[in-house]
Design a binder for this molecule. Structure first.
Ligand SMILES: NC(=O)c1ccc[n+]([C@@H]2O[C@H](COP(=O)([O-])OP(=O)(O)OC[C@H]3O[C@@H](n4cnc5c(N)ncnc54)[C@H](OP(=O)(O)O)[C@@H]3O)[C@@H](O)[C@H]2O)c1
Length: 288
């Protein structure tokens, strides 16, 4: 059994035990998630700090950079500790303007899985999320062909577990009818709560929910209620936002992003903040 002093304890993704407090690597690429970081050694230090702090879940994608965050992860951490699980995404490319055009045809998905294996230096990917929708959010439509392609790659032994990202509840159900999923990675935070029902339904099924943009992403969370609660607790709004997510549901896994080892440490300390029932009731008003 794996124990952790990180806030939130652990969760089991399929057969893989991960700390509920993980790390999202997207912020390590250059501006607009394109190109290399300004501070290469600083980026390596952030990744090594995440592992030193005991995190066993790192979220990445071949599309970050593109290739950049996967290569940084490999440079910083390979050979990987047995306990570390790297979760990647397929289903989007990058264009010259920094856009995220979909790439969900079978050939693109197969190529992307092989690229992830190569850049991460792995024989098998622990968990691959099929990224759906577009940069503005989920879009309706069948996932069958794309998800069957990933299920086939899983049967071939290249992927251990599957998930979906940026998905509607209907797409989650459609994917689950094709192959088991162990997580859904969608946008969710104190101010953006479209997935409240989905989170509760997944918790009942033992499926993890991994919110991206837990701190608001490119636009930091701003709310007078959040600021008031944070000031009362003598904590930062980010600490409150992370502590709230850990309290919101046991199947929520955190992957806050940062390019700063100092911020990473602050976020770990902050997520351990204790929130009273009154605090929770007040915070609950934000996204309603
Ligand atoms: N599935 C998808 O479609 C999808 C989409 C987006 C993201 N993701 C994943 O989700 C992860 C999390 O999302 P995210 O990184 O975009 O957004 P986020 O975690 O909501 O916020 C990251 C931002 O918060 C700042 N920050 C973090 N800790 C801070 C602190 N203690 N003090 C001040 N600023 C702080 C970071 O700046 P600094 O660098 O200065 O700390 C960065 O600008 C990503 O890394 C990625 O792995 C997935």
């Amino acid at each position: 059994m794996i124990t952790t002093s990180l806030p939130g304890g652990t969760w089991t993704l399929g057969g893989l035990t991960v700390t509920r407090f993980g790390y999202g690597a997207m912020q390590l690429a250059g501006p607009r998630v394109m190109g290399p970081p300004a501070d290469h050694d600083g980026a390596l230090a952030v990744l090594r700090t995440a592992v030193e702090l005991g995190m066993t879940h790192i979220d990445t994608s071949e599309a970050y950079g593109p290739h950049v965050t996967n290569q940084l992860i490999r440079e910083a951490l390979h050979p990987y500790p047995d306990s570390l699980h790297i979760v990647t995404k397929v289903g989007a490319n990058r264009d010259q303007q920094g856009g995220w055009p979909p790439a969900r045809d079978p050939e693109s998905l197969r190529r992307s899985v092989h690229e992830n294996l190569e850049t991460l230096g792995l024989d098998v990917l622990d968990l691959v999320n099929l990224r759906l929708g577009d940069a503005a959010g989920p879009l309706p439509g069948s996932v069958a062909e794309a998800f069957e392609t990933l299920a086939d790659l899983q049967r071939q032994g290249l992927i251990r577990h599957l998930g979906v990202s940026n998905a509607t509840p209907e797409q989650v159900a459609e994917a689950q009818a094709i192959a088991p999923i162990v997580c859904v990675q969608n946008m969710y935070n104190l101010a953006h709560r479209r997935d409240d029902e989905l989170i509760d339904a997944l918790a009942g099924q033992g499926v993890a929910y991994v919110p991206f943009f837990p701190l608001g992403g490119f636009s930091p969370l701003q709310s007078s209620v959040l600021s008031t609660v944070a000031a009362r607790l003598e904590a930062s709004p980010m600490s409150v936002a992370l502590a709230w997510l850990l309290r919101r549901s046991p199947n929520i896994l955190l992957i806050p992003g940062t390019s700063s080892a100092t911020h990473l440490r602050e976020n770990v300390a902050g997520a351990a903040l204790s929130l009273s029932d009154d605090d929770l009731a007040e915070l609950d008003k934000i996204g309603r």
